[in-house]
Design a protein around this ligand. Structure first.
Ligand SMILES: C[S@@+](CC[C@H](N)C(=O)[O-])C[C@H]1O[C@@H](n2cnc3c(N)ncnc32)[C@H](O)[C@@H]1O
Length: 208
């Protein structure tokens, strides 16, 4: 709870001065992020569009809020509701790397240049064996999500900036600097290459 609030504070700090922002949020649930975004919309005369597969339409009756009851990958349907370029995109729906990739590539097109993109839950460290949230499934999912984000960034250094916040389950913070997204490519890890394994075993020993 505390950890998530810290992340919301971090996001709030980054977006608090955007005038008349249009914010797009994927994943509402209890509406903690929704309420924080609506606070910004009230203060800066903005609007929030939130999408969730479950009906969370009762989370707020703020007129600056539009709730879309849909899966966020039902792109033909959701695009009808996004009439302007988006200043802020927050991805916090289905925490599965291929889903995150899919929604990222779709909604990136709606984000304006210099707009901000936040992806929640990208760090695995609390979930490792004997970690304070020890959980095999979440560790694996978040590792794969983290790697996916690195791959996307590595193929798009002219289109994106990337900062990682490693607190608790982590937050990726990106800004859009170019319009065209390239497909991500696997990043080859040479740690376990044949050459490096051989080096490890046949390293010459110091003479004395
Ligand atoms: C981690 S919770 C969101 C937490 C929320 N941002 C908050 O601050 O309280 C994830 C939400 O994503 C929703 N969800 C899961 N799969 C989805 C999908 N394919 N499309 C849209 N929403 C989805 C769930 O119903 C759930 O409400």
């Amino acid at each position: 709870m505390e950890d998530f609030q810290n992340k919301l504070n971090l996001i709030k700090e980054r977006i608090k001065d955007i005038h008349k922002p249009l914010i797009l949020e994927l994943g509402v649930k209890e509406g903690r992020s929704t309420k924080m975004f609506l606070e910004i919309c009230d203060k800066n005369d903005g609007n929030l569009i939130s999408i969730d597969i479950l009906d969370y339409s009762k989370v707020s009756n703020n007129p600056k809020w539009k709730f879309i009851h849909s899966s966020d990958d039902n792109f033909e349907y959701t695009k009808k509701f996004i009439e302007k370029e988006v200043d802020v995109l927050f991805i916090d729906s289905l925490h599965e790397p291929n889903h995150i990739r899919k929604v990222f590539y779709n909604y990136f097109n709606f984000v304006k240049i210099n707009g901000l993109i936040f992806v929640d839950d990208v760090i695995w460290l609390p979930y490792v064996k004997d970690g304070y949230r020890d959980n095999d499934f979440v560790e694996t999912t978040n590792r794969l999500t983290f790697n996916k984000i690195l791959e996307i960034f590595n193929s798009n250094k002219d289109n994106l900036t990337l900062d990682m916040n490693f607190s608790a389950s982590g937050l990726a913070i990106m800004s859009k600097i170019g319009n065209h997204l390239n497909s991500e490519k696997k990043i080859v890890n040479r740690l376990f290459s044949f050459k490096n394994i051989l080096k490890k075993f046949y390293k010459p020993k110091p003479k004395n």
